[in-house]
Design a protein around this ligand. Structure first.
Ligand code: GDP
Ligand code: IMO
Ligand code: MG
Length: 427
């Protein structure tokens, strides 16, 4: 019963889409377990480039069943437009399964996300504006709308009424916005119901039966460890659990079923939106990483903040996720630097600190302690084995592995499926 979790080890955009797609050909199910269309996963297949937001990256592998688990939040209009976009490009999406317990991002959740951010002003989180936080808030407040509610009109009507009762007070009295009409929301949601119905299923039962029958199931995380609502740089986080435990709750599988947890790790660091980032660069090097790495958000088109590799964060990701392996991505982007700084620890108010501080104040004061590693200038994008890499690139990978606390089992040297060096097999 091989069950693998594949997740982001940093602040998202590590290359999870590419890694999932790479394994897609050998797995039976790819399951998204949290997040929603705040994700932006780029997958390059031959000369075709796909940007997936809500759909699991396994949708591009014909033998694989893609699943949207109960822990995901689903914007039905995004779902349908993403499906039709893929269909127009000849991708068969008929195998998709969606949990009836997944929560729906309603139009009012999107409105609340946007007005709240505006209200926060310079304290804003820098959300993707997709309604993610407000939808998870409704879920926890027990006023959320689930996919299954689309199939009982009177229940849907009651639930939308309950949710808007309070929200309309807030929208009109606090934010000075117009109230949202219950009937209009219900009508819009009902309009999606029949289009989505063929995909709705008891995904918990299906995934567990698959595992009992020795099928290979891959749980694909969105976002990343440091964006986790519990373990990330709160409050500058997303509103779900991208960390490994989230796969259990967000898909309905027990922790004893998980056999491997793979952390996707960029060879440097990026972040989108607000929040602390100790190794962030504001100079030429930061610009160069952004340019060569193409570090621009897939979802919002925002420039990503760029910085050097941070081993404190990687060690933390190993710990909170119980990582068994790393997939190191974008090593090719570092080609051409004479020396590459790697953050091995922090200095916080005069003390050297090896582990991520739990205190937000300490983390805000953290200054990176760098070690300089020698760079390389050879093109590595054609490397197929570890020994094809220049000696200094090999040493860089080995140093990261030692500092991060789990074996690096694959290395990305380009965006394409075949631009990968496999060191240990994942299956
Ligand atoms: P995700 O959100 O974790 O799936 O990552 P994104 O797709 O948002 O961002 C990663 C970007 O890096 C995408 O444009 C990928 O095509 C690209 N990418 C992934 N792996 C590699 C790699 O090893 N080298 C290079 N140069 N690009 C990569
Ligand atoms: P993938 O899956 C990078 C960030 C947003 C913001 C914070 C909260 O492509 O790695 P939200 O809209 O989730 O409430 O925003 O989280 N964020 C991401 N950053 N990659 C992502 O997804 C992200 N999803 C959300 O920029 O700072
Ligand atoms: Mg992304």
């Amino acid at each position: 019963m091989p069950a693998l979790v594949l997740l982001g080890a940093q602040w998202g955009d590590e290359g999870k889409g590419k890694a999932t797609d790479l394994l897609g050909g050998s797995v039976d199910y790819v399951v998204r377990y949290q997040g929603g269309n705040n994700a932006g996963h780029t997958v390059v297949v031959g000369d075709q480039k796909y940007a997936l937001h809500l759909l699991p990256s396994g949708i591009l592998s014909p033998g694989c069943t893609p699943v949207i688990g109960n822990g995901v939040v689903v914007d039905p209009s995004v779902l349908l437009s993403e499906l039709s976009g893929l269909n127009e490009r000849g991708v068969d999406t008929s195998k998709l399964l969606i949990s009836g317990n997944a929560h729906i991002i309603t139009p009012y959740n999107v409105t609340v996300d946007k007005v709240t951010e505006r209200f926060l002003g310079k304290r804003k989180i820098g959300t993707t504006g997709r309604g993610i936080g407000p939808t998870y808030a409704d879920k926890i407040n027990r006023v959320g709308i689930r996919v299954q509610d689309l199939y009982d009109e009177s229940i849907l009507q009651q639930k939308v009424e309950a949710a808007l009762d309070v929200k309309n007070q807030i929208l009109t009295k606090l934010y000075n916005r117009r109230a949202i009409a219950v009937d209009q929301v219900v009508e819009e949601l009902l309009g999606y119901a029949e289009k989505i119905r063929p995909y709705v299923a008891d995904t918990v039962l299906i995934i567990n039966q698959a595992l009992e029958n020795d099928k290979v199931v891959l749980f694909e995380g969105g976002q990343g460890t440091l964006l986790d609502i519990d373990h990330g740089t709160y409050p500058f986080v997303t509103s779900s659990n991208p960390t490994a435990g989230g796969a259990c709750t967000g898909a309905g599988v027990g922790p004893t079923k998980i056999s491997r947890v793979i952390g996707i790790l960029k060879a440097y660091t990026t972040r989108v939106g607000s929040g602390p980032f100790p190794t962030e660069l504001f100079d030429e090097d930061g610009e160069k990483l952004r340019r060569i790495g193409g570090e621009r958000g897939v979802t919002t088109g925002r420039d990503r903040r760029c910085g050097w590799f941070d081993a404190v964060i990687a060690r933390y990701a190993t710990r909170v996720n119980g990582l068994t392996d790393f997939f190191l991505t974008k090593l090719d982007v570092l080609t051409g630097w004479e020396q590459i700084p790697v953050c091995v620890a922090y200095e916080i108010d005069g003390r050297r600190v090896e582990d991520l501080p739990y205190s937000q104040t300490d983390f805000h004061h953290a200054k990176p302690v760098y070690e300089m590693l020698p760079g390389w200038s050879e093109d590595i994008s054609k490397a197929k084995t570890f020994s094809d890499l220049p000696k200094n690139a090999q040493a860089y990978v080995k140093a990261l592995e030692e500092l991060s606390g789990a074996p690096i089992s694959a290395i990305g040297v380009g965006p394409g499926r075949d631009e990968t060096i496999e060191i240990n097999s994942f299956l």
